[in-house]
Write a protein that binds this ligand. Structure first.
Ligand SMILES: [Zn+2]
Length: 480
């Protein structure tokens, strides 16, 4: 008994000492910074800069396919915009990648019933031979069913994956499944000898408009023509297949690789007052797919984060650290801008104290999550408390990698903050001709600006860090 008591006492003393240790090394946001955010919030909720950037990019440039003339115009436009907004530093860093171009696309059922089909070629798709290809189609319920089928069933045919349509969900989680079919389906079908690939669009709408998006071939020389059908066209094809007769399709896609291209990440900074070399990393991607004007994907993300940083730049008292905004190059065909940033800055990753990117439209932020060192959890809770009145809940148990463009930066050790937007409407329009300015709601966009401005300002004012260091979150990055 006595032994037990002594042991318990020792344990108590040890935990007490540990707690004191943790307390002294815990990251904390000073009260003076917390009081600043009331004004920041008020100004953000009246902000017109984010909407003006989105309107400007979509009206004056429009679609910004990576490597296109518009991609270059957008880069110059953004450099001029950052300068006009008074950012302290504006520069760009080169990003190289293979260029893919789309010229035309069409498809039609030939047998048993002649019917046109609405399609969109997938990024990295090969073109069909001149005049198109006309062949039998083999239908599968899912990617897994196609992968399990014997090769002779698909050899010399067009594969069609009928996968179920996506539900419109707040967290958009159906997209993961649908995007998997798009990213790996064509290469998987090609490996079995298929000469073409069709799938139901990765989208939650019933518009007769197909959703494009990237696919991936390990060896581009083995690429096959690959396209998505609009959801109503996938339904139509399903009804035709239900007759049990052989189905023949004419697929005519003119697209393909066009050498390599060097674009750039456009970067701007609001300089911090006492630790200017350290920075909060934010941004969105400047490129877009080619059918719409790239309003929600992702002019909005560039705009929200730029506007938030701009508001901080206008404060009489700057936060300790800098705010760095990156308009990333070519996110759409393989996160090239994010990877280039990680490659260029990984040796000083500790300076990127925390990162949060915006790339899911402009609808309301409803949840905050983070992947940080344990001693910084209390500071994240302080940030969460400061944005709670804007309708943002804190999920302390879930990870927060910071976003797609930041995934490579997070993987080399940057602490991440994820500000989750309501994605219920997003996948109706994502990667289609319907990605246009009218989908952006000014009041919801302003809420985004407020949440970003507060989170950036508080993190940049923190006493102590969030755990960014070489390889710090390697384990978490794997499982995110
Ligand atoms: Zn995007």
């Amino acid at each position: 008994m006595r032994i037990h008591t002594a042991f318990a006492l020792a344990l108590l003393l040890t935990t007490g000492a540990q707690a004191a240790d943790t307390e002294s090394s815990a990251t904390r946001i000073p009260d003076s910074a917390i009081t600043q955010v009331t004004g920041l919030r008020e100004r953000a909720l009246k902000d017109d800069v984010a909407y003006a950037i989105t309107e400007g990019l979509t009206s004056e440039i429009g679609a910004r396919l990576a490597g296109s003339d518009n991609d270059l115009k957008a880069r110059d436009w953004m450099i001029a915009k950052f300068k006009a907004l008074g950012f302290d530093k504006v520069w760009s860093e080169e990003v190289s990648y293979p260029r893919w171009i789309r010229r035309s696309e069409s498809a039609a059922v030939i047998e048993p019933f002649a019917q046109p089909l609405m399609v969109a070629a997938l990024g990295n798709s090969a073109g069909t031979p001149k005049g198109g290809l006309e062949t039998e189609v083999v239908r599968f319920e899912s990617l897994a069913a196609m992968q399990a089928a014997p090769d002779y069933l698909v050899n010399r045919k067009i594969v069609y994956i009928a996968n179920p349509g996506m539900q419109a969900l707040k967290d958009g989680h159906d997209y993961g499944m649908a995007a998997q079919v798009r990213v790996s389906g064509p290469a998987s079908a090609a490996a079995k000898g298929a000469i073409g690939f069709l799938m139901r669009s990765a989208g939650s709408d019933q518009n007769r408009i197909a959703h494009t998006g990237v696919t991936h071939f390990e060896d581009q020389a083995k690429a096959i023509p690959a396209a998505a059908l609009s959801s109503p066209d996938a339904d139509l094809l399903d009804h035709i297949f239900a007759r049990g007769k052989p189905v023949k399709i004419h697929l005519d896609i003119d697209c393909g690789m066009d050498g390599s291209y060097t674009g750039a990440n456009v970067i701007a900074e609001i300089t911090g007052s006492s630790r200017p070399a350290e920075y909060f990393l934010t941004g969105g991607h400047l490129d877009s797919w080619d059918a719409g004007t790239g309003a929600i994907d992702d002019a909005a993300g560039v705009a929200i984060t730029t506007a938030a940083a701009h508001l901080i730049g206008q404060l009489p008292q700057r936060p300790a650290r800098s705010i760095r905004v990156v308009a990333f190059a070519n996110e759409e065909s393989g996160l090239f801008g994010g990877k280039a940033y990680a490659a260029q800055h990984h040796t000083e990753i500790g300076k990127a104290v925390l990162g949060a990117e915006s790339d899911l439209g402009a609808d309301r932020i409803y949840k905050l999550t983070a992947t940080v060192k344990p001693e910084a959890r209390a500071a994240i809770a302080q940030i969460a408390a400061a944005v709670k009145s804007l309708g943002v809940d804190y999920d302390a148990a879930a990870p927060g990698a910071g976003g797609s463009d930041l995934s490579a930066v997070h993987a080399v050790g940057m602490a991440g903050l994820s500000l989750h937007q309501d994605a219920t409407r997003y996948f109706d329009w994502h990667h289609t001709a319907n990605d246009t300015l009218d989908k952006v709601d000014l009041e919801q966009m302003r809420q985004n600006v407020a949440v970003y401005a507060i989170a950036m300002y508080l993190a940049a004012s923190a006493e102590g860090d969030f755990g960014s260091a070489a390889g710090a979150f390697a384990k978490e990055a794997d499982s995110d």
